[in-house]
Design a protein around this ligand. Structure first.
Ligand SMILES: Nc1ncnc2c1ncn2[C@@H]1O[C@H](COP(=O)(O)OP(=O)(O)O)[C@@H](O)[C@H]1O
Ligand SMILES: [Mg+2]
Length: 238
């Protein structure tokens, strides 16, 4: 089982005080696939991603990543995490930021390749505070992948960036997946869902459905993914 799945989430619940953010989530991400974690704001996507990378813990259910029961510090080296809000040092240059994340993971030799992948090599000397939002997103992505992680967790990586850059991001994701990287990409919109091999739809901390985009269309009874999602969400409420 652990051979085919990069990530197994089994019956995971997570509460913050009296509020239950995740409620019995079970999902499985295969090695080398791009898995889309889709759901509206507040669905629990970020909470789930934090549990997967071991930043959050729960006693309810289990999370297994790359064959290890989480949380497990040793697994972190094999994970890249791009947070929803770009976490960069604004006073450092693009290259210094990427080099910093590379150094933490003993992967300084990957800096140039990471900068080229996100097409920031020419801008590597620019101070992050002076960059546009899109460039910061690209710099964040470079920081998350510079150590060539086996599993890349991307929390809403394309929110607020222009369509052209989105295309570039997805090209980069596809290249990484082709190289064997497993990717979990969260989004609160459906328009990128077809770029994923499989999807997990979540709402109110529950998994509504899991499968390929065509599976989801069939399960929701609509050729339109947005409508299929709404149909599945409606069914779970009734
Ligand atoms: N540290 C926290 N303390 C209290 N509530 C939280 C915390 N983190 C998330 N939540 C709540 O859990 C729910 C799910 O949040 P989140 O995982 O960020 O959703 P999403 O990423 O899908 O928008 C939200 O209602 C949010 O307010
Ligand atoms: Mg979120």
């Amino acid at each position: 089982m652990s051979e085919t799945f990069a990530v197994s989430v089994d019956d995971v619940s997570k509460s913050f005080g009296a509020f239950q953010a995740l409620n019995g989530i079970t999902l499985h991400v295969r090695r080398g696939e791009i898995y889309g974690l889709l759901g509206p704001n507040g669905a629990g996507k970020t909470t789930l991603i934090r549990l997967i990378c071991g930043l959050l813990e729960t006693k309810s259910g289990s999370v297994t990543v790359l064959g290890q029961r989480m949380p497990q510090v040793a697994v972190l080296r094999h994970i890249g995490y791009m947070t929803q809000q770009a976490a960069l040092y604004p006073g450092l240059s693009v290259e210094e930021n990427v080099r910093f994340f590379a150094a933490i993971n003993g992967a300084e030799d990957g800096v140039k390749e990471a900068l080229e992948l996100v097409q920031l090599y020419e801008r590597r000397a620019s101070v992050v505070a002076t960059l546009s939002g899109g460039m910061r997103q690209r710099c964040s992505l470079a920081c998350a992948l510079v150590h060539r992680p086996e599993l890349l967790l991307l929390d809403e990586p394309t929110v607020g960036i222009d369509p052209q850059l989105r295309v570039q991001f997805w090209e980069a994701f596809r290249r990484m997946a082709a190289d064997g990287t497993t990717m979990i990409v969260s989004s609160h919109v459906m328009d990128e869902a077809d770029r994923c091999q499989r999807l997990g739809l979540i709402q109110y901390g529950r998994l509504l459905a899991e499968g390929s985009p065509s599976d989801i269309r069939a399960q929701g009874g609509s050729p339109n993914l947005e409508e299929a999602f709404l149909a599945l969400a409606g069914r779970s409420e009734s």
